[in-house]
Structures are given as C-alpha cells and as structure tokens.
Design a protein around this ligand. Structure first.
Ligand code: ADP
Ligand code: NI
Length: 215
C-alpha cells in the first residue's frame, strides 16, 4: 500500500529552508483543499494526495526540471507508487502551474483538475493575500505604486521578471483565479475567497487615498 505519511515527512524535510510561500505548510494546505474537493468531485484520492504533496517539488523556478523530476520519481517509488502511477503524478504536477495563466492542458483528468484547483485556492483569500505580500517582500517589491498600471503578460519570463508592485498582482493574477476554477466545488470556495480579496483591495485603496470615512 501507499505510505503517504512517509511522503509527508519527506516533503517536510525537503522544504525546511524553502521560500515561505511554497513551503511544507503550503503543501499541507493544498492537500487539505484537494481532499475536500475530491470528497465532492471524486477522482483517485491516492493520486490526488500524492500530487498535492509533491506539486511544488518540480518547478523550474527553483531547480533544474530534469533533476527535480528524477528525485520526485524516486521518492514516489519509495512510497509505494508504481512506475505508471509515478508518471501520472509527474504529469499532473508538471501541468498545474499558473505560469502567468499561459499553461493549458487539453482534456485534463479529474485528478489534475482537482490538484490545480486546490493549489489556486491557496493563492486566494486571506492566505492568498498573506502569500502575495510575503512574495513581494521576498522580491523587495513595493506594496503599491499608483503610477504603475497592471500588465498583461505574454510570456512566462515576463510574468516572472515583472518588477510591478504587489497590488498589481491582484489584478494580474489573483482576481483571475476565480473564473479559472475547474470544478464546481472549487468554484464555490473560490467565490468567497475572491470577494474577500476584493474587499481587502478596496479597503487598501481607501486608506491609501486618504479616505477617513468608514466604508
Ligand atoms: P505557481 O507556483 O502556481 O506557478 P506562482 O509561483 O506564480 O504560482 O505563485 C506562488 C505564490 O506566490 C502565489 O501565492 C502567488 O500569488 C505569489 N506570487 C507570485 N508572483 C507574485 C508577484 N509578482 N507578487 C506577489 N505575489 C506573487
Ligand atoms: Ni503550489
């Protein structure tokens, strides 16, 4: 049988020094979101949970792609997944990333759809706001700059190298996530988190613009 506890402890070890937006706790929350969505939408729960645990271990932002795929493969085999299941999981995690909204897969499996929704939901709501400002701080970005308009990115590197401020990130990415949810269960959760972020940005701009009346 699969050893998902071993997988969890390997992920925990692997992310000890991770950038905090993509650490063990992010993986834990994505697993939690994915379990809940799967309880409504179905799919193979072992494949879903394993994909959620390792989903940020294959990412060209951090390491070389081939090297990280090899090590994830070894870890999954060690946790009892067959070669074929490892391929399925690696396919899922190689195709869920946001990448400026540029990545799309034809006919995604329900497992891929659920893990993608689970990851995107963790970029929304109160946690999404916390992660965005954390990431902005990590990159030394401005909180806000009224002279810099949101951009529409045509390539992944444009998205990665943008020097924009963090409020723009809401317009460039976070407010687009709700309409990109794959499953109905995720749409329902995303709706509430989307509205929460809208309230946050209006309050932020209200304060920035020197409004002192209560909204
Ligand atoms: P993915 O791993 O799904 O491709 P990203 O690496 O783009 O997604 O984003 C991971 C987290 O970092 C998300 O919470 C996202 O909102 C945040 N983030 C990414 N780019 C920025 C940015 N330019 N400003 C603020 N937060 C960002
Ligand atoms: Ni993630």
């Amino acid at each position: 049988m699969y050893n998902l506890e071993l997988l969890e402890s390997i992920v925990q070890q692997a992310f000890v020094n991770a950038e905090r937006g993509h650490d063990y706790w992010h993986a834990m929350r994505v697993v939690q979101n994915a379990r809940y969505i799967s309880s409504i939408e179905g799919g193979n729960i072992s494949i879903i949970e394993a994909s959620a645990w390792v989903h940020d271990m294959v990412d060209e932002k951090f390491t070389s792609l081939e090297h990280s795929i090899d090590s994830v493969n070894t870890i999954l085999l060690q946790c009892g997944f067959s070669k074929h299941e490892c391929e399925t999981i690696i396919y899922i995690i190689s195709n869920i990333s946001f990448k400026g909204g540029l990545s799309t897969v034809e006919n995604p499996s329900i497992e891929l759809q659920i893990v993608q929704d689970a990851d995107r939901i963790d970029a929304m709501g109160a946690i999404g706001i916390a992660r965005a400002f954390h990431y902005g701080g990590f990159k030394n970005r401005e909180l806000y700059n009224p002279t810099i308009e949101p951009e529409i990115f045509k390539t992944e590197s444009e998205y990665r190298n943008s020097q924009g401020h963090t409020i723009n990130h809401f317009y460039e990415k976070l407010f687009t996530l709700y309409s990109q949810m794959n499953t109905s269960a995720a749409k329902r959760i995303a709706k509430q988190r989307h509205e929460y972020m809208e309230t946050f940005v209006s309050q932020f701009l209200h304060e920035w613009n020197g409004n002192f009346d209560v909204i």
